[in-house]
Design a protein around this ligand. Sequence first.
Ligand code: OGA
Ligand code: MN
Length: 294
Amino acid sequence: MSIKITDLTPGFVGEVSGVDITRPLNTDQVAALEAGMDRYAVLVYHDQSLTDDQQKAFSINFGPLEHTAGGNVTKAAERRLDAYMADVSNLDANQQPLARDDRRRLFNLGNQLWHSDSSFRAIPAKYSVLSGRIVVATGGHTQFADMRAAYDALDAGTKADIENLVCEHSLIYSRGTLGFTELSNEEKQMFKPVRQRLVRVHPVTGRKSLYLSSHAGTIIGWPMPEARAFLRDLNEHAVQPRFTYAHKWKQHDLVMWDNRTTMHRVRRFDETKIRDMRRTTVAGDRVTVEQMAA
Ligand code: OGA
Ligand code: MN
């Protein structure tokens, strides 16, 4: 059995066959998948019925796992999954859908905004690996936007304008967009803004991409309304249908994406239904810009 990757969207989304990722991979297989991630930016696998441990073991082939601390308002004691599994389901620790007005649910609605995972961390994520354990029949698609193609399509003047811009990213900004503004002092401290370049260069391919995310709330040195208006404009450009792909989940699909070169969002669905999605995150290895002293 050898790994095959075919186009779902040429140069952006690939579909992987010929590998059972529930089992340990050899170095050739890992190299083939990593090369696939560099060539595409999103890889789709089918029929991978994983346990959490298998998902973590698979993800670790691509780098150390990111710890989930600091990324949510869910308290450690309320967690359904362990600290290296990002729980992007709509469930509580008893496997029941969260109530409509549950604060954790309202916070997680932020996943419906276009974003790049962990752009609110000083060292943002490399890959995300999302496993569809229980999927919903209607809605709940995950959309992806190719930020390399979006960058390439900018005019020369805009490229020059943004080349050295630095943004501030925080969960406070993304949730603020939804009117989720009530945060404890501890949460405000935990969600302190970090700095990220607006244009990133991929460490392997050398391709530039727009590093946008709903977490981006201002541009250093700009008045905030001007920064917000400009970021909104860039976002509108970047998520045009020609740059996007929608994944319609089947049970035991697994999708992995490069957060350095893509944005994603989940579309709304009937939240009285169970949608059990579990994410592992491969940590990044560098800041995109030097951080200010705390
Ligand atoms: C994520 C996320 C999308 C989804 O896992 O990072 O944003 O489809 N989830 O649940
Ligand atoms: Mn996400």
